[in-house]
Design a protein around this ligand. Structure first.
Ligand code: PNW
Length: 453
């Protein structure tokens, strides 16, 4: 029989980082175990009508006690890099004040097991689980949250700096500020006036700065740090000079209060004139912290808005027609070119020199296990099409150094509860059994061969 020759596709750079991502509140469970304090999501999920079916974080994937099994599975799939988060209320049940030694001990056990399994940790300080005790004192609208976070960040780096070298400050500022205090579909779901909302962004930027400072002060040799942002990405409808320019203008405007402030060393005159009297209050020295240099930028890329140059030359959004393809998350319409334009615009607009995709993935409902298999061809195709666009960006000179797939396993998808599945590993939430999906086997092959298949 003649040898079958397999199709070839271009590879990724030798040292490209392939990983998977999760977050503590979405997988750990053990929401009140071993002295952990209540988080805003523990509270919010108990309010009527806030999460699908009233789902809570109480048990989630019970990763809290099953982490060894989960690391063994990662290892079997060839996954060598894992982005996770630390639960602030596990370390400081009241946000500030007394440290909970059981929380520190838990993460030491976790990192030891991970490292023993040959998996490198990439650790996010904060992935939305603000201690409820801080929310009771005003949460992100108050500067005391920044002071509490500074102590938390110092404690984390002191405790784990010998085991962790890759640090991510905050996950998606928009989701715990704008969506939490401006839209209300994320915890704590408390609507505030525009000036207070702008102040939540400023406090988040300060926390980012404190995490960078903590890593520089206490992180030891080889420590690296960056923010993870879910930048609002604009996709030029056609790749003509006019539409590309429109997308760039729109991108800079939509991100001026976050990435623009960090990379620009302050709020731009355009931003300040737009917000007027609602501008955030800035104390002396704030931007020394906020704009301290970082080592990389993490981007969570899922979808984007289509933009074109309007008749007056100003950028305009192009609405999606009915029936435009999307995943089961209502917001996740399929636009793989977000990988190209998201990375390229961040590189061009802010001069970012190293980019990691810290999340990319898709959520679908009802993925039945049949004969021990989950045939999630839609997810496999999502990954493949997005990696192709990522590779196109790299080909055009955008400095992308790694990709973390969201998510390792099905988990608590915030207001969508357990209905929406983002994992490449299926979790049966009745038995907690893990079953790698077709997409996990596909991704394992991509990692092993370092190329798109
Ligand atoms: C991210 N949007 O959230 C989060 O970092 C994860 O915790 C989450 O599970 C994952 O993406 C999937 O949702 C997002 O509305 C939430 O565009 C909302 C949006 C994007 C990302």
């Amino acid at each position: 029989m003649s040898k079958i020759s397999l199709p070839s596709t271009p590879g990724f750079p030798e040292n490209f980082i392939w990983g998977v991502a999760t977050a503590a509140p979405q997988i750990e469970g053990a929401a009140f175990a071993d002295g952990k304090g209540e988080s805003v999501w523990d509270r919010f999920s108990r309010l009527p009508g806030k999460t699908h079916h009233g789902d809570t974080l109480d048990r989630a994937c019970d990763h809290y006690s099953r982490y060894e099994e989960d690391f063994a599975l990662m290892r079997r799939l060839g996954i060598r890099h894992y982005r996770l988060s630390i639960a602030w209320p596990r370390l400081f049940p009241n946000g500030d004040g007394a440290l909970n030694p059981a929380g520190i001990a838990y993460y030491h056990r976790l990192f030891d097991a991970m490292i023993a399994a040959g998996i490198t940790p990439w650790v996010t300080f904060f992935h939305w689980d603000l201690p409820q005790a801080l929310e009771d004192r005003g949460g992100w609208t108050q500067r005391l949250t920044v002071e509490a976070f500074a102590t938390y960040a110092n404690t984390v780096v002191h405790a784990f700096g010998a085991k962790v070298k890759n640090w991510i400050t905050l996950n998606e500022i928009r989701c715990f500020t704008y969506m939490a205090y401006g839209v209300g579909n994320k915890a704590p779901g408390r609507l505030v006036a525009p000036a207070e909302l702008n102040q939540t962004y400023h406090h988040a930027l300060l926390c980012h700065g404190h995490a960078v400072r903590a890593v520089r002060q206490f992180g030891g040799p080889g420590a690296r740090v960056g923010l993870t942002d879910n930048s609002d990405v604009c996709l030029p409808v056609t790749e003509t000079a006019a539409d590309v320019a429109a997308a760039r203008t729109w991108f800079a405007r939509r991100n001026e209060h976050l990435l623009g402030a960090i990379y620009g060393g302050g709020y731009s005159p355009a931003y300040l004139s737009r917000v007027g009297a609602d501008a955030p209050k800035v104390a002396a020295g704030d931007f020394d912290l906020i704009s301290a240099p970082t080592d990389f930028l993490g981007l969570n890329l899922y979808t984007g808005h289509f933009v074109r140059a309007g008749r007056d030359g100003e950028p305009e959004l192009v609405p999606l027609p009915a029936g435009y393809p999307k995943a089961d998350s209502y917001w996740l319409h399929l636009a793989p070119q977000v990988m190209y334009w998201g990375t390229r615009l961040a590189h061009e607009v802010y001069g970012v020199k190293e980019i990691f995709i810290t999340e990319n993935g898709c959520g679908y409902n009802d993925e039945p296990v049949v004969d021990g298999e989950v045939c999630d061809l839609h997810r496999k195709e999502f990954i493949r099409s997005h990696l192709r666009e990522l590779q196109r960006a790299m080909h055009d000179g955008v400095p992308v150094a790694g990709y973390f797939l969201w998510s390792f396993m099905d988990n608590f998808e915030w207001e969508d509860g357990y209905e929406r599945r983002f994992g490449i590993v299926h979790v049966d939430f009745a038995t907690l059994k893990r079953t790698p999906k077709l997409s996990a086997h596909y991704y394992a092959q991509v990692i092993a061969q370092n190329r798109i298949l």
